[in-house]
Structure formats: structure tokens, C-alpha cells
Design a protein around this ligand. Structure first.
Ligand code: RNT
Ligand code: ZN
Length: 418
């Protein structure tokens, strides 16, 4: 059988359990997934030369990382040519692009400093998501930004947040796609604090001041991302899960953002998604792969990624959940890291779309749990790979590992010369 015939057979087999693979393929083509620019240069950015701070860390020094905006765009372009599906661009404020003599500090950033990124996004028909950068900067004082007891420090970072709202709105207007703007800080303490509430009250006030910047709620979707701990911030984080969730719940139009590397190891974000969907009209995700800690390994087609995708799809929440990738591995080819992660998430979404959820829910509601287990296990060996192959063919990208030949060629011709 050739691949078309295999697809026809798979279509028929899925059809028998009520899954329309043609509709699945069409749907998957249009689900935007936000691709993070920071995998390409180990979260370095272009606006400063210091180390990566904020309790996050990249490990490894695989050769060929992007050093300039042009290199980063070229690399992303290469990576995107290897991925099926709809992409959105995810930028950090530290990736501002200044003309000579135009450099400003983060509190003075303007839309024009991101005009080249808008051009890039338009070229690839992408919307843009944005993140103020509250780390890797000399104005992070004693590990604190928006929660600092120092007024000047706090004021600087509030101005940064406001500037980012203006830039987010510019992105949305330029691309015609709403911009998800995510607030995450690494603020916290290595050891037992004497005051846990004070920093949180200041953080709350700072975010409120940022959001006092007028903006169109249809165009800008501010999020708050929680975190349980960071490197050097092991005992206490200001933006804990309860803090950010409560903030989002009590501030109109603010979304909670869950990063699946930011919880205790036995907690799963897949279970939190339907809990939040009971209360929030919209939520946002950072999909990553934590290995023993928030290590930000490349996303794989693993059980939790599949489960996350399933919760979004089977609750009919594709329009309510903003999906973004967030990882950074500096120990392997970065183009490949992007491609593997994005392709894995696409596979997870495909797997979710090919699941006969209505039938499985009915088994649960009728308490036919024996049968539910049987069905769930049998589904694991349904011919998803054949549908994947057809999907990739229609998207014009390789379905199998042959895409890696492109990476090897690019490494030899471009990355190795850096
Ligand atoms: C850090 C958070 C945050 C960052 C990016 C670079 O633990 O996950 O989202 O990874 O903003
Ligand atoms: Zn994150």
C-alpha cells in the first residue's frame, strides 16, 4: 500500500468510530500555536549583554546559535518550513531591534523597535504574542522587579509593562490577530522570607498600574504566569499559583497562564485546564517538558502533552485556549529543537482530534468504565501515523524524519560558519 491508500484505510477505520479525518485535518490546519523566538538564541535577546537571570537557565553550548535579528529570523524561517500547521510568533521585549543610535532602555520601548518583527510576521501570515522581559537586566534589584520594595525599581518595571501593552496593541492592529501579552517575573527568595505578603501586595499593585494603560481588550489579552520556584529562588516566588490565579479571577479580561513546568512534579496541567475552563472565558498555556524540575526540555509527543491537547479539544475549547511553546535547549541543534517541539504538539492535537470523545464520555456517564478502559487502550494503536502523513503531505512538509536532512544541510552551510 502506498501512503494515500494507507490514509484511505485509516480514514475508514476512524470513520467506523465516528471520527471524520477529513474534518480533523482541516481543523488542525487552522489552530494557531505560538512559536517562541527564544529557543533560537538561548533566551539571550538583543538588548543587553549580561547573563540570563530570573531563575531560568539554559544548559549546553551547541554551536551555531543566532547572534543577530537576521540570523534569528533566518533560523526560525528554516524551522517553520519543517513544521505543518498554523504558527503565531512569540516575542520577548528583549528582542527589540534598534537602528544604530536608536537604543533605549526597556521602559522606553516603542512599537517602532519591533517593526522588523511585524514585517517578518506579515511575511509568514502570523499573529504575534508578546512578553515584557522582567529578567536579564541591571534594573532587577536584589532579584526583584515588580515586587521590589525600591520605588524607583518598581516604577521602571511598571513603565516597561505599560510600554509592552502599547506594543502589543500595535502588533494586534498590524497583524489583525489579538496579541496575548504574558506577565511573568522571577521575583522571589532563595531562602525563607520574613514577609511573604508584602511583595505580593506590591506585585498586585504593579500589575494593576501596568493594566491602567488604556488598551482595547479585544486586541490585547494580558496574562499572568505563575511559578512554584526557580533556580536561586527555591523558597518563595511572589507570583505563585494562588496569587496569579486569584489575580486573573478578580481582574476583568486578565487570563491565567499555566506553564506545565511550573507546578509540583505530581501535579498535571491537563487536569487544571478543565478546572479553569469552568470559570474563565479564556486561558493561556506554555507547553514545555519539565524533567525533574522546570528544565524546559524540548516538547515531545508524550503522555502529558497528549493529555493537554485532549483536554482542550474534547472540551471544545480550541477558541478559548491560547497555546504557546516555551522551552530552550542549548545542547542540541536549535532548529531541530524548534521543529521537534512544534511537530510534537501538532501530533498531540491530531491525536486529540482523532479521539471519539463523545462516545468515550457516554461510556463514562453510563458508568461503563470497563469498556471505557478497553476503548481507550485500543485507540492507542489506531493508525494515527497514516493520518499524520496525509496531514503533512497537504501542508507541504515531510511526514517522516527526512526533514532532518534539511537541518543537517543548514547546519553545514549556515550554522557552522557562525
Ligand atoms: C520561566 C517562564 C517564562 C519564560 C519565558 C522566557 O520559567 O516559563 O515563561 O520561560 O518568558
Ligand atoms: Zn513559561
Amino acid at each position: 500500500m502506498n501512503s494515500r491508500e494507507r490514509y484511505e484505510a485509516a480514514k475508514e477505520q476512524y470513520g467506523r468510530i465516528g471520527v471524520d479525518t477529513e474534518a480533523v485535518i482541516e481543523r488542525l490546519k487552522n489552530i494557531p500555536v505560538s512559536l517562541h523566538c527564544w529557543q533560537g538564541d538561548d533566551v539571550k535577546g538583543f538588548d543587553q549583554d549580561g547573563p540570563l537571570t530570573g531563575g531560568i537557565q539554559t544548559t549546553g553550548n551547541y554551536p551555531g546559535k543566532a547572534r543577530t535579528p537576521q540570523e534569528l529570523m533566518d533560523d526560525m524561517e528554516k524551522a517553520m518550513s519543517l513544521m505543518p500547521g498554523k504558527k503565531k510568533l512569540n516575542l520577548h521585549a528583549s528582542y527589540a531591534i534598534f537602528e544604530p543610535g536608536e537604543a533605549v532602555d526597556r521602559d522606553r520601548l516603542e512599537p517602532k523597535h519591533f517593526a522588523k518583527w511585524v514585517e517578518f510576521a506579515k511575511k509568514h501570515d502570523m499573529g504575534i504574542d508578546f512578553n515584557p522581559t522582567f529578567f536579564s537586566h541591571e534594573k532587577v534589584k536584589d532579584g526583584l522587579t515588580l515586587s521590589s520594595p525600591d520605588e524607583e525599581t518598581r516604577a521602571f518595571w511598571i513603565e516597561h509593562g505599560k510600554a509592552c501593552i502599547r506594543i502589543s496593541e500595535y502588533f494586534a492592529k498590524e497583524t489583525g490577530v489579538p496579541c496575548v501579552m504574558n506577565i511573568w517575573t522571577g521575583d522571589g527568595y532563595k531562602d525563607i522570607p520574613a514577609d511573604r505578603m508584602g511583595p505580593r501586595l506590591r506585585y498586585k499593585d504593579s500589575i494593576e498600574q501596568i493594566l491602567s494603560q488604556p488598551y482595547d481588550k479585544k486586541l490585547v489579552k494580558p496574562c499572568v504566569e505563575s511559578k512554584v520556584f526557580g533556580i536561586g529562588v527555591e523558597s518563595y516566588t511572589v507570583g505563585s499559583a494562588e496569587f496569579t490565579l486569584s489575580f486573573a479571577a478578580t481582574h476583568d479580561g486578565v487570563l491565567p497562564l499555566m506553564d506545565n513546568g511550573h507546578y509540583h512534579p505530581t501535579e498535571v496541567v491537563s487536569d487544571k485546564i478543565p478546572a479553569l475552563l469552568c470559570f474563565f472565558p479564556e486561558i493561556a498555556l506554555h507547553v514545555t517538558r519539565p524533567v525533574r524540575w522546570d528544565s524546559d526540555h524540548v516538547v515531545l509527543f508524550d503522555d502529558e502533552t497528549k493529555e493537554i491537547a485532549k483536554e482542550i479539544v474534547r472540551n471544545d475549547a480550541l477558541e478559548r485556549v491560547y497555546i504557546a511553546l516555551d522551552y530552550f535547549d542549548a545542547s542540541i541543534n536549535r532548529i531541530s529543537a524548534w521543529a521537534v517541539g512544534f511537530r510534537s504538539l501538532q501530533k498531540a492535537l491530531l491525536s486529540a482530534l482523532c479521539t471519539p470523545s463523545a462516545m468515550l464520555k457516554a461510556l463514562q456517564d453510563e458508568n461503563r468504565l470497563t469498556e471505557l478502559m478497553v476503548m481507550q487502550e485500543e485507540l492507542k494503536l489506531y493508525p494515527l501515523g497514516d493520518v499524520w502523513e496525509e496531514y503533512c503531505r497537504r501542508c507541504g512538509v515531510a511526514a517522516d524524519q527526512s526533514w532532518f536532512d534539511e537541518v543537517k544541510k543548514y547546519e553545514k552551510e549556515v550554522l557552522a560558519l557562525r
